[in-house]
Design a protein around this ligand. Sequence first.
Ligand SMILES: [Zn+2]
Length: 425
Amino acid sequence: MSSLNHCIKFDLDVKDENIVFKDYFYKSIKLQKHKIYKAELIQPACPFCGSLDLLHNGHLITNIHYPTANASLPVIIRLAKQRVKCRDCDRRSMAQSELVNKYCSISNASKLKVLSALTEDRSMTSIARENNVSINTVQRVLGNCSHRFIDSYEYLPAHLAFDEFKGVDRQLHFICLDGDNHQVVQILRTRYKKTLLKYFGRFSPQARANVKTVTMDLNFYYQDIVRACFPNAQIVIDRFHMIQMLTRSFNSLRVQVMKTFDKRSRQYQLLKSPWKLYLKKFDELEKVHPRYNWHYKDCLTQAQVVTEGINTSTTLENSYNLMQSFIQAVETGDAHELKSLINCQDQIGTLMHKTLLTFKHNLKAVLNGAELPYSNGCLEGFNRKIKQIERTAFGYSNFTNLLTRIRLEENLYKEKEPNSLLMVD
Ligand SMILES: [Zn+2]
């Protein structure tokens, strides 16, 4: 073999023994300068009978897109595939190579490069441009690996987390994560009860019996699903969600009380501008150094502001104390304290009362939320990541593509090793 052949093979990282490079040159194709390598793909033996007695019958010339270091100078391998007819079995065949699949003109190396780029947070357009392929090719590579994520129905993790996120067409999709290792168990197109029941119903009874806890927000039919599908599972209400509900109802009560005062009054201003202080934990408020605030025209510490603010109404004071103790109890996992707080008879305003009533109806699940270490915190982080994926792509119109992309990016995130994704057809 010539040294030119070796040199080009080394340069392009082509290992196939049957490919022989013969020439290279520049050529302008559609006004763009291309780097062209000419090569021949040899058919050494008949693929059907292994005979070496072949009759050569010309070549099929294909232009193969190959990865390049410089995206403005695309590389094309002009490969002449030998066509042969076997003298022994009389059958015709054409040489094939690992370099490119049959009927394809995009090299497998290019596809792999596209696939590994798809595991990063990049838009398909930029991937296509860098690899000198069309956006359709990138989409096809993405579509080709969607079958990788077909799950078995034999196993479910012990701790699940349910949530939803906004995706294609502003629809809400259902997502289920493993509570321990935070990997996606499943993403479903819709979050309707029927779909969920059908999906989880497909799992074997052993798999469903394996589920010990399911973390969720206070969506009422998720609980029905758990009761219907997982005989051994405890329902856990996400503790951040509980606190959020309570904080929201306190906040609307604060606004209600605020509106009973005159806009120029001190009480109104104390309840209005420093609203964020009311949502903080009382222990974390500044108690020593007072600050002047021009809204209420006084020099007060943060603790003084809050104390004076809630003193404007008994209802507000009661609900503030309740909220603070509730957060405290949730954080320390004090189920006993939580129970007495939920059964609290103080005057606390209708909305807060409604929230507590909801908690009361789901008492066991709420107490689980405080006692068990599981929460939907992992899901919130994951939702943030999905939003990023969608933003980078300016939105997805195809749910399967979005799903595959999420899975691809997630896999890399977990393993930092794209090798498991190698070889697409
Ligand atoms: Zn043969």
